[in-house]
Design a protein around this ligand. Structure first.
Ligand code: MG
Length: 296
């Protein structure tokens, strides 16, 4: 296996590469260099001549990935969307009722053809109905790992000193990703849909060996199919959990955190007592206070 590989790219790919490795950029005093990035497994030096040098134990794999993206960009297929990678996303953190679900999903070339026939791009725009149609295929097709943090446990954890929602997300993502890496047993690009600054993420995780491997991207589900798939699976599982809760409570729980949610919360408290919220809702939301103040 080669440990040094150079490829020549065009401007579009060059900026894509820079953007991709952004969390890992380091200073380079070489006047011919455009940027240098250092990950755990590879050092990438891009030159103003648009030559990109990959060095390290994963140099060959990393360079091959970008060479293929470059080829696709030239063919105007924009396949970087289907980059071989682990994508990770979470659902339910903005909903007063129901759990938090974190999913990491792995996508490689063998999955791409099958995935392409499913409408997964712009997963945020998919309706619940679409999610229910698409997600079972993804669950069948892709290696993934899944964490469901139900409300009782969620409220317990959020009560710990030094805990906040972003820290909790960071820890859950780490757990899901670690599980998935063990499952697929290989090194690959890891992308998280960004929810806080990289510095905070590092601080929350406090494990530089892990954080060095992570690529953080905002709106990652629109940029990488692996994240889109993770996001769809997470929404699917969240919907299922909400349906189960709704069935037990004999009421269709409302998603989000609006005043409609407050009124429904009030109804539930009237019917089941105050303690019900601890078991079905995220207590630290302002909704809890609003529900207490509401009178029917
Ligand atoms: Mg997200």
């Amino acid at each position: 296996m080669k440990t040094t590989v150079t490829i020549k790219v065009n401007e579009e790919t060059l900026y894509k590469i820079k953007n991709f490795y952004e969390p890992h950029l380091t200073t380079n005093h070489n006047e011919h260099a455009f940027f240098t990035a250092k990950t755990d497994y590879c050092t990438i030096t891009a030159y103003k001549t648009k030559k990109v040098l990959f060095q390290g134990k994963e140099a060959e794999r990393e360079a091959a990935m970008w060479a293929s993206i470059q080829e696709d960009i030239q063919n105007k297929q924009h396949q970087s969307y289907f980059l071989e990678s682990i994508g990770s996303d979470e659902v339910g953190t903005g909903d007063y009722f129901g759990p938090v679900v974190v999913v990491s999903a792995y996508l490689d070339d063998t999955h791409v053809k099958k995935i392409q026939s499913l409408t997964i791009d712009d997963s945020k725009k998919l309706t619940d109905h679409d999610i229910k149609k698409v997600a079972p295929h993804l669950l069948n097709l892709l290696p993934y790992s899944l964490l469901i943090l139900r409300n009782e446990k969620y409220n317990e954890v959020m009560n710990e000193s030094d805990m906040n929602l972003n820290k909790l997300k960071a820890l859950l993502h780490k757990q899901a990703i670690t599980k998935l890496i063990q499952k697929i047993n290989k090194n690959t690009t890891i992308i998280i849909d960004q929810f806080c600054s990289i510095d905070y993420f590092k601080q929350y995780i406090n494990d530089s060996k892990f954080t060095k491997k992570i690529n953080f991207h905002t709106k990652a589900e629109t940029k990488f199919a692996s994240v889109a798939c993770a996001s769809i699976i997470a929404r699917y599982i969240f919907l299922q959990e909400m349906e189960k809760l709704s069935e037990t409570l004999k009421i269709t729980l409302i998603k989000g955190a609006s005043s409609k949610v407050d009124r429904q919360g009030k109804q539930l408290v009237e019917k089941y007592g105050k303690d019900i919220l601890r078991r079905i809702a995220k207590l630290h939301f302002k909704n809890t206070e609003k529900i207490e103040k509401l009178s029917i």
